[in-house]
Structure formats: C-alpha cells, structure tokens
Design a protein around this ligand. Structure first.
Ligand code: FE2
Ligand code: FE2
Ligand code: FE2
Ligand code: FE2
Length: 419
C-alpha cells in the first residue's frame, strides 16, 4: 500500500516557532546522558558558546540559525553504542593521537553523512564535517586550512575545545584558561574567533552561561526563544524526512536491525490503512513508528545488543524506554499525540504489558497497532538472540497471541490481508 502522507496539510500538527530547536536539543540531550544518569550537556554548552560568538561577530539571523543547529549536532556521529566521543577525546587530548583513533577521526565525517541524509540540513552538514579542522591545516579529517574551513566550523572548534579543556584541566581562573587557549591561536583556532571569545568571556561572562546545569538550561531556553525555524519543515514531506533521519540514528545505536523503526512505521501504517483510519491518523502513526524507541538512546545503549542473560537492572532499563520516549517527546510542543501513542506501545491487550498495565480499549488504538507492527518487525528481522522468522510463522505467532498480547481484531485484519 502506498502511503498518502506526503499530500497531507501540515496544519494538523501545531508546530511552535522553535520546533526544530526544541526537538533537536531534547534529542541530543537524550543521546548525551552519562552512565550515571546525569547529562553531559557537551553539545548544549558548545551551542550556547558558539551562538554567542556568532552574535558577537555579527552573523545574520540565518547564519546564527545554521550555527545553532550545526553546533547542537556537531557530534551526532560521535554518539556511540557504548558512550560518547567526548569521553574518548578527554582520554586522547593531542591531535596526533586523535587522528590515529578511528572513532575520533571519523566522527565529523559520520556527523556530516547523517545530516546530509536530510536535504534541508545539507548546508549545515558541511559545517559539521569540518568541526575538527585546524586553522593551520593540521586538523582532521580533510586537513582544510584558514578560510577553506566554514566560519561556523571555526567557531565550533573553539567552543568544543573550551569545553574539553575545562573538563581536562579543572581551570577556574579565566586568565589561566585564556592563556592556555592562546597557545593554539593561529594553529587550532582562527585568531578572529578567539578574539571574539576573549571579549565575550571578559565582558559578558560567557563562561557563567555554561557553569552548571541550571544555567545551561536557562540559557538554552533563552536562545531557543530567539529561533524561528518552522520554515525548515514547511511541508509534511520535510518533517517526514526529518523524523526518518532521527529513526535511522536511533536504530543504529539501539537495535540490531538498522531499519527497525522504519519497518515498524510502514507496517503500522499499512494496518491503520486496512482499518480505514483517516489520513491524519495515518500520519501520526507513521511518525510514532519513527520515534517510538528514541527513549532507548538514554543511558546504556549496549544493553540492546547483549547476547548474555540480562540482569534485573538491565530489564528495568529496557522497560523504562517507552516512558523515556514520552519524556523526550513531551518536551516538544505539537508532539503530544505521538508521545502518548509511543508511551503505550508495549502495553499488552490483557494488561500484562508495561509501563502502566493498561488493558483492552484503555490502550490507545494507535498504540495497539504499533505494538503489533513492532512485534512483527522484531520477529521478521535477525536479532542477537534469535534468527528471523519466516513471514508466515510470524503471522501464526500473532494469531497465537491474539487476545493476550495483541488486540484480536487488529490481528485478524492484518493476518487476513497478508496470509
Ligand atoms: Fe567532535
Ligand atoms: Fe564536540
Ligand atoms: Fe519499544
Ligand atoms: Fe520498537
């Protein structure tokens, strides 16, 4: 069945003026949770600092917007199953070592590749790909030099380095920090960008803005209120592509099947179509399919790839993911219904599911559909703990669990069409 989503009017979802900024900042924050549960805030800090530098250097509104998204997403390719590239960078502080560490060396290019898959961010992807280039040409991955490096990437380089330097050296004294950075002016840093930074830290106490989590949250909120980015998603097709990009990033980090969310989304839309649900509902279900597992990004992602028996704590983490997905989506205006459907995508029809043990029609219809699509996808793709099932076997499995795990009527509709 062909999806009709690209022909839908976007006004079915009410996007706030800072929709992209809200969504991406929450998404990045989820990716950057440390193992102890606290937020790393690395990209948020880099974003706040570069945004202020950009303002100081007189960047236009569109330029600042580009800078905002590039700095938030600069390390998206450095989010790994077992951690974050920043943790590695603090262990390998010199550029020669960094070039010899494949994960570090390749992460700007990975960030660029991810962002290029979303055409609206193609321009921004070039900035992101160059954020470890040094002004004198000794950086990586391409050895670009001076003006060959986009200005925004030179700004990110400095802010990125500031955050890592502060992590590494516990510098409290401002003049000590400036002295430290000054060694690399003209080598790692663009002198003009350094000068703007120096004026900012001396005058407007830029470093206070990223001092602690409360200050970071407050300043990010303030910057986001200056954003007007809905034109990025002027059509449902663009929004569709954006959520698709997010789903691929999520699946690569949390699922043995890199197309998990995409397939769940397709199957769920097919079922919803067979049930005659209206177009707006199909759209909501498609996007919930793309986003339903983003809560899995939070904390320890390696648990989703484990072959060994899981501990009780690891099961608790797995069971927490629908709530975590909800928490992320709920921070973004306009995604309430998607957040709600995602929250209940692991509820079983007989009340034995999670997180709230809802039963029967108490579970939203969209969630019941997604639950079936999710299980079907899991059965028909290769998993660490099981080989994929044949299509017909998977349909049998759905039938076997009709009324207990799954809504019997939805199972019947699906099975009738595909067996
Ligand atoms: Fe980086
Ligand atoms: Fe970074
Ligand atoms: Fe899930
Ligand atoms: Fe899933």
């Amino acid at each position: 069945m062909k999806s009709r989503l690209t022909h839908l009017p976007i006004h079915d979802i009410e996007l706030s003026p800072s929709f992209a900024a809200d969504f991406i900042s929450e998404f990045i924050k989820a990716c950057e949770k440390g193992r102890a549960g606290g937020d790393l805030y690395h990209s948020w800090k880099v974003c706040i600092m570069t945004y202020m530098i950009g303002k100081r250097m007189g960047l236009s509104d569109p330029g600042r917007r580009e800078l905002f998204f590039a700095s938030l997403l600069h390390d998206i390719g450095g989010v790994m199953v077992g951690g974050h590239v920043v943790e590695k960078l603090t262990q390998v502080p010199d550029v020669y070592g960094q070039k010899n560490d494949f994960l570090i060396f390749a992460h700007p290019y990975r960030s660029q590749t991810i962002m290029r898959s979303f055409p609206t961010f193609r321009q921004i992807s070039k900035i992101v790909g160059a954020h470890h280039e040094f002004f004198d040409g000794s950086g990586f991955p391409s050895g670009l030099k001076g003006e060959e490096i986009p200005l925004a990437a030179r700004m990110i380089r400095l802010a990125d380095s500031v955050d890592i330097t502060l992590k590494l050296h516990h510098i409290d004294d401002l003049s000590e920090l400036l002295q430290f950075l000054h060694f690399s002016v003209g080598e790692e840093f663009d002198p003009a960008v350094f000068e703007a930074f120096r004026e900012l830290v001396l005058g407007d106490s830029l470093l206070d803005m990223v001092k602690d989590s409360a200050e970071i949250e407050r300043n990010m909120k303030k910057i986001k209120s200056e954003m007007n980015d809905t034109y990025y998603f002027a059509s449902p097709d663009t929004l569709n592509r954006f959520f698709r990009m997010i789903s691929i990033v999520t699946d690569n980090l949390t699922s043995p099947s890199s197309l998990h969310s995409l397939n769940v989304s397709d199957t769920a839309v097919q079922i919803a179509g067979l049930m005659g649900l209206p177009d707006t509902e199909l759209m909501t279900i498609r996007w919930t399919g793309f986003l339903h597992d983003i809560g899995k990004l939070v904390v320890d992602r390696s648990v989703y790839f484990k072959k060994e028996k899981l501990s009780e704590e690891e099961w608790m983490q797995i069971h927490a993911h629908p709530q975590l997905t909800y928490d992320i989506l709920n921070m973004v205006d306009g995604l309430d219904k998607i957040a709600f459907y995602a929250l209940y995508h692991h509820e079983n029809f007989d009340g034995s599911g999670y997180p709230e043990h809802l039963k029967g029609s108490k579970i939203p219809l969209g969630s019941r559909i997604l639950h079936i699509a999710d299980a079907f996808e899991a059965m028909t793709s290769n998993r660490v703990y099981q080989r994929k099932k044949d299509w017909l076997d998977a349909l049998d499995e759905l039938k076997k669990n009709r009324g207990t795990q799954f809504d019997p009527e939805i199972v019947d509709t699906f099975v009738k069409e595909f067996s």
